[in-house]
Structure formats: structure tokens, C-alpha cells
Design a protein around this ligand. Sequence first.
Ligand code: ADP
Ligand code: ZN
Ligand code: ZN
Length: 731
Amino acid sequence: MPQYRFACFAIALPLYRVFEYRLDESDSSVVGTRYRLPFGQGTRSGILLEVSDHSDFDAAKIKPVRERIDLEPVLGEHILALAKWMSEYYLQPPGDVIFQCLPGYLRGARAYQPLRVKRWRLLTDDAEAISALERGSPRQFEICQALLQESQGMTAIEFKRVNPGWHPVVKALEGKLLIGWEWDDKPARPVVAPELPQLSSEQDDILRAIKPRLQQFAVHLLDGITGSGKTEIYLRLIQNCLEQGQQVIYLVPEIGLTNQLIDRVRHRLGECFAISHSGLTEYQRFQAWDRFRRAEATIMLGTRSCLFSQCDHLGLIIIDEEHDHSYRQEDGVRYHARDVAIKRAQMLDIPIVLGSATPSLESIANCERSTFFRYRMDHRPTRFDPPSIQLIDTRNSRFDFGCAAQTFARIDAHLEDSGQVLVYLNRRGYAPIVMCHECGWQSQCRNCDARLTLHQSQQALLCHHCGYRQLVPEVCPECGHDEIKHYGIGTEQLEQGLNQRYPDTPVLRVDRDVISSREALKSRLEQLQSGAPCILIGTQMIAKGHDYPAITLSVVLDADQALFSASYRASERLAQTLLQVCGRSGRGDRAGEAIVQTRFPEHPLMQALSRRPYREVADDLLQERRLLGFPPYARVVIFRSDAQELKQALSKLETIKGLLQQSPRFQQLLSIGPIPALMTRRIGRYRAQLSLIATDHRLLRALLAEAMPAIQEIPSTARANWNIDIDAYDL
Ligand code: ADP
Ligand code: ZN
Ligand code: ZN
């Protein structure tokens, strides 16, 4: 009778289960190692979760694994434990959750091999041999000069900054035996920053208060106005960790990772950080992940999914702009990076620092429950405090490409005074509405319940949801009339208009249509850095994360839509956006000004935003949420379905509701639906939802614990699938 060992594996499938296979007696792998497993007609990659000497099933029927992929585990026990918690808390399929903790590059069947890095050093101290290069081989000379400055030697990344075409030059120097390399497995050392800015008294007090609490788990919220020096505090805390041989994860919003921040970190701490964001290739992100894992990089700086980076000595997690929407993953495995990060810090018993000028209502409520430490920063260390918001009443205004006359007057004044101006308009394209003047026909997407946006530079109508494109019709497809008109303003039209009005001033547009790469963004931001007068216009890409001291005027063109949104989060998001946009100005040695055009200047929210600080506005919004029984005073869970036909989606949710109703607890909480989603048809699929709202968190969890085992058996198919969204962002 052969002896077997059995093992459980996670496979990336939307199924609420793990899979059992047989291991060789001799196999001594540890958990977190990937295997190729026979599955259906083919094979799948699986991650080893648990090994056991016996199985509840007939041993002979359990298939043996095909082969081991990795020599060492790709996921450590801590990340596996975090994934287990996520899968249980967010009720997501365990295989999906575990695989999304890996960099994309390792989700398939590629074997993991730690990357090793070469470090080059000068092999000669013959100064003459080096200066002899200066005339004939200036690029070789340049590299040698750089190496002379670096007693630690240099890596490819560092050479690249000296000369993007470094490789042949370094090869040539190797050939001359002037330089040589060895494998580098020592952690990069932080540089000692040349001179640190004198801390403001606010900053100093906060660091003194946080420092004694750095040896254990605690959530610290830096609640500091825009430009109050939060980043400076992060940098000091990071430095503190590095000095103790610890590593740091530093998360920023999806578009907050500007070169400005990277330069700032590099200037202060040297090359000891890895960067990861969605603009990089899978391989580059894997490199960053691996450098951090081997402790070659001591800081992981990046967006949401960097949260799952592994290392042996994590000492601190930082989440900048903690209120930002991009921390929520809205497709695939649904989670909130802030909340998972807090859990991770708690499991490791390390501190986590959140920062924002406009903290989320969730975090503010957590401070009130005194589970978070809150530190207020009310002043900028630079000369001027952020401008307060001035409302421009546009009820009787004439508009030119979205700007009222009073707005132009302010732009004129700031440009004349050599200031830079930021104009925020969160709508890309030329015009959002294309309509027949005669019969009222409007251009609709054929895959979505949405209008097509006119993009004049492409002479096309585009859907912003599915990418569908069609030519602009010359005559109305309904009535044949040739008077097709457009209404409303997008950034493309605004750019054109401002270019005409200010022919001598550069107009820099930043939105997804013109910024296809980070390089494109970089070149525009460099113009801002120069400090010369210019107008920056853009969508939410320009609303946050940057610090350009020459901006003296922020303008918000169209904020009114949010005042009448059906979403209970709309007021919070509007307040955050307006304050973030307005907070971009006045950061240098000139005071800033901030104006918001509105046709509803008497609206209570507009009034509040123009007169009172964010904290007071936020307290009022919290009050409202409490009265209405919305988060953070309630929990929202949404079951969603999308299908080829609406009735299939609705019927899937009816089945789920039926299972929920079997528990008497169902009657004790509020449920809405199943109903068609707000945008019912999107990318050719019909969508519906079933929402549960409960002020009693435990009641909701108990209901789900009872009903989920049966619900999880409901298959998700291409015809009609379903998923669950815990702590859903909206209703
Ligand atoms: P926040 O992260 O709160 O927006 P930053 O840390 O980016 O603020 O600081 C805003 C500006 O103030 C930056 O230009 C920064 O260099 C500067 N700054 C921050 N702290 C100090 C300080 N203690 N002394 C002088 N300037 C400072
Ligand atoms: Zn018509
Ligand atoms: Zn569409």
C-alpha cells in the first residue's frame, strides 16, 4: 500500500473552494509554492496551502500534482494569512484572492527566480587612465566620473540615470578592464539627506507624539490641510524605520505618483526604493516586487496593489490621500486597500499612517470612536494658508467655452501677475451632448445606456464606458435634417478656447486623451515646475498629489452636477475634490486664490464649503449619514449580476434573495432590489443589483454567514454571473 501525502491548493477561479491533490512522499515543499496541477482537460497553476498525511476522500481517486513550478515559495505565510482574512471578510473566492496577491507576472506558470542585480565598481585608481578617456570616449569618461562619486558602486538603474544608453558604454569599459561587476545582494543604503528642512512646530509636535507609538500597531491619521507638510512627516518616519533596518510600504493614489514625489523620495533617501504602478509592464512590477522582497529595496512606493508586497522586516505602512477612491478595487476581487492595510498592520503589530487634507468620513468616524490617533495640521510651513473658496454665481452669466466673464477677469489678473492658473473640468472630449436640433435625436452608444461624447480632434463620437466609436453623422439618422449640434464643454473645447483667448500663454491639457503615458504627463509637469505663467487644464488627473509653487489660481468650472447626484457619497466627494483642487494654489511665496463657478451659490453645501473648514463640513455630513443610517454608521453589501438579458440578471438576484430570506434575520435589515443598475446596460451586458443595508454590523455578518454557503453554490456563468461587494462604495 503506497504512502501518500495530500495537499490543498488555491487555484485562480471564482469558486468558493480549494482543491486537493496528491504529493510525492519525497516532496518537502512549503506552503506558498506553486505547482502545475491537472485540471479538467488541461493544467492550472495552484498555490500550496496545506499538507496533510490523510484525506477524507478515496486516496486512489485524488490526482497527483503534475510538477512543482517554484523552488521556493512565492507567497509567505503572512500574506497567505492576510489573503485568508480578505477572503473571509470580503467573501471573495479564496483562489482569486490569493492569486491577486501575486504580481501579474507570476500568476501564470512562469517559474520564480529571484532576480539578481549587478553592481559595477572601478577596478583602477589610475586617475590618468580615466582622464585619458575624456577626449576620445566622453561617454565612458562620464560613467567613470559617476563611479568615482559612488564608493558603493553602481547598478544598471543608476547608470541609466547618467546615460540612458549606458549598456554599450559599460561593456566597453569592462573590455578595457577599467570596471568590473559582482552580484549585489546587499540592501541599498539610504543616503544621508544633505540638509533637512527645519520642522514646523506642528510637524515637530506630531513626530514627537507618534514616535513613542511606533513599536506596535496603531492607526495614525494626519488630518492636515493641503500643503501642511504631511509628506515631510512621512519622509521622517520612513527614515526612522530605515535606520532601524525596517522596510516601508508607501501607497499613493493611482495618479498621485508623480515624478515630483519620486524625485523627492530619491533626493532624501537615495535609490533604496522600488516603484510599482499600473503604468509599468508586468515584468517591471515583478522586478519591483522582487527587489523589495529581497530587501534590496527598503521602500515600496506605489499604488493600491503594492499593499501585497512581501518582505521580512516591514516596519510601517503609509497611505497618502487615504480618502482617495482609487484605493478601492471595483472589479475582480473587491476590497479597500486602506482597510486591508490596517488589517495587515494589525497582524504584524506595526504602525500605519494615513494622511489627507480631506479625510474620508469613515476615518473621521474611526477617530471619534477613538480607534485612530488623529493629528491636526492647520498651517502651511510655507508663507500662505490655502485660499478659501469663492463662489462665482453664474446664473445670469454669458459663457465662453464654459467660463464666465468674472472667471476670465481673475485668470487675466493672475496671468498678468506672472502666476500659473489651474482650471479643473472633469469631462474629457469636446462636448458631452450631440443632438439633432430639429427632432431632438441624441447619439447613444449601442453597447451602453450612455451618450456618446464628441471628440472633435478625432472627428468621432466615443463612448467613455466601452470605447465604442463612430463617425459624426452628417445628417440626423432619425429625421434626415442636417442641423446636428453639440452642447456642453469638455476639456478639448476648453483647451481650444483658452488657446484662442490667451495666444501667448502655454495651455497645458492633462486628461486621459492626451496623456497616454507617464512621460507625456512628465513633460507637461516640467513646464509647471519651470514657474513660467501658463494655464493647466484637466480632469481629476490634476486634482491631487502635486505641489507646484507658482500656481496662484485654481478654478473649478462645473461642480453643480454633484449637488443633485443620487449617490449618498456625492457630497463627500464633491467637498474633497473642491478642496483638493483649490488647495493646489498658493503653495509658494504668493498667496493663492480659488474660485468655483456655480448656478447654485445658495446651496447649503456650496455655502458651507465657501465659509467653513473641511472638518466642520465633514462633521455635518457625518451627522446626515447618521440620521439617514448610511455608512460609516451602517454597512452596505451589494450583490450584483450582469447578464445577456436583464431578466436573467434579475432572476439570478431573486435566487440569491430567496436564500437570504430563509433566515429570519433578513427581515431585520433593509434590502433594496433586485433592481436594474443605474446604468443598466454597460459594455453590452445588462446589470442589476440587490443591496443590503444594516446599522447592526453583527446582524449583517450573521445573515451572510448563514446564507453564503448556499449562495456560493450558485454558478456564475457567462450568460449570467454574480458577485458580492462588501462595504460597497455606493448604492
Ligand atoms: P502635504 O503633503 O501636506 O501636501 P508637503 O509635505 O508636500 O505637504 O509640503 C508642502 C510644501 O511645503 C512642500 O513644498 C514642502 O517642501 C514644504 N515644506 C514642508 N515642510 C516644510 C518645513 N518644515 N519647512 C519648509 N518647507 C516645508
Ligand atoms: Zn433629427
Ligand atoms: Zn458604450
